[in-house]
Design a protein around this ligand. Sequence first.
Ligand code: CA
Ligand code: CA
Length: 471
Amino acid sequence: MKTLRKRITKGLTLGIVAALTMLVSCYEALDQEAPFNQELITQDFSSEFIPGEYIVELHPSAVNFRKSDKYEDVQAGMRKLSSEILFRNKISPENLRMVYGHAMDGFSVQLSDQEFEALRKDPRIKHIEQDQVITLSRPNDSTVNNRGGGNGGGNGGNNGGGPKKNNTTEPAPSDPEPTPTEPTPENPESTEPEPTPTEPEPSPEPEPVVSGPSTQEVPWGIKRIGGFTRYTGTNVAFILDTGIELDHPDLNVFVSLGIKIVPDDISTTLSDLHSHGTHVAGIVGAIDNSFGVVGVAAGAPVVPVKIMGDDGRGRVSWAIAGVDYVASVGKPGDVANLSIGASASTTFDNAVINASNKGIWFVTSAGNSADDANNYSPARANGPFLQTVSSMDSSDRMASSSNYGNPPIDWAAPGVSIRSTVLRGGYGSKNGTSMAAPHVAGLRLLGNIRGDGFIKNDKDSTPDPIAHRAN
Ligand SMILES: [Ca+2]
Ligand SMILES: [Ca+2]
C-alpha cells in the first residue's frame, strides 16, 4: 500500500510573471472525424526565459543535514538550508520559491542582477540557470461529448482502486473553461469549420446509471499499440501536467498520492481545469467499462502531479519540483509522463535523468516544432528508463509537427486525432506528441515494448520504431 501523501498546500507567492509566449507541447485540434491525412497547422514550439528567476543546483557536499526518506522532511531541510545560503549572501529568504532534494539538490529563487552575481560566487553553488515559462495551448475541447446528467451524474462508483481522499478544493464557481462545444475564439485552429455537436446538450434531468449495451469506444491509437489490457499490477502512473479531473467516471484517479505543485495564487485545486492532463491520463489508463473510452493500461491508478496552472502555464522550476516529488515517492516500475517541454535546460534534463535512474520510467513528448528534439528539454535527455516519443497518424506517418532525431527519440506512437477523457466527465480529441507519449507510458506500465514496423516519412535518416505491446 502506498504511503498516503497530503497534497502540498503551501503555495509560494510568485511575483512577476513576465509576458511570455511559448511552448506548445500539444496542439489541441478540432477533430470531429477529420481525415487523418488532413493535418492541421500547429503553433510554433518556443519558450521564454523569465527575467530575474533562477534555478540553483547545489553541490551535494553543501547539503548539511541528514536526509530521511520522507518527502516533507527533505523539503523542510532543504528550505532551511536554502534560506541560510540566501541569507549569507544578503538575499532575502522570502525570494525562495521551490526547493528540491530527491531528483537534485537545490532551489528556485528570484534574484536581482546584483544578487545573482553574489550567489554564483558561493562555493556551495554548482550551477545556476534562468527559469522558463512553459505554455500549453488554451483549453478547447471542441469535440467534448459530456455524458448525460453532467458532471458526476450516473457515476456508479467505478473508480475502485487507490484510496480516494477527496479533500481537495472544489473547482472555483467561475469555471474558466468555455462551453464544451464552442471553439475558443483565439484558437488558431478555429478557422476550421465548426464541428457539429454529435450529442445533445446535457439534459438537466439526471439520467439513470449507465446500463445496457456498451458504448465504450476503443480509440485507434489504443488498437495500434496492441489493444488495451486491464491493469492488475501495483505500480502507478504519475501524470505531470495540469492535474487530472478527480471525479471523471472513466478514470481511476489516485487522489491521495497526488500533489499540487503550482502555487495557490496560480491554482487552488489539484483537479484539472484545463483538460490537457485529463486527456493524457485517459490515454494511459481510462477504465474498461461500458462507456467512454479505454486506455492502454485500463484502470491503472493515475496520479495527478499538478505542475501546470489552469491557464496551461507552468515553469521549468515547477516541473522539476514535480519530478523531485516523483523521485521521492515513486517506486521502480512506476511511470511518469511528461507531455511538456522547454528550451534546452541542463537542470531539467539532469533532474529527469536522476529520477528515472531510480527505476521509474519517465516518458516525455518529443515536441511539436517540426524541429530536432535535441533542442528541447527534457525531450533531449537519455537514460535506460527514459523514453522520448514522436507522433504519428493512423497511417503510420510521422505527424508533420512532430519533432525528430534519434537519439533522443525512442519510439513513435499515435498522436493525431486521439480520443480520450476531458473535463466534466466528457470525451474529446487532441493532437500532438503530448498524446503520443502517454501511449508509451501505458505500455511501460504493462511491461516490455517491441517495435511494430517503422514510421513513414520520418524527417531524419532513422525511421522511428512504432511502439507496440510486447506480448
Ligand atoms: Ca471506459
Ligand atoms: Ca527518426
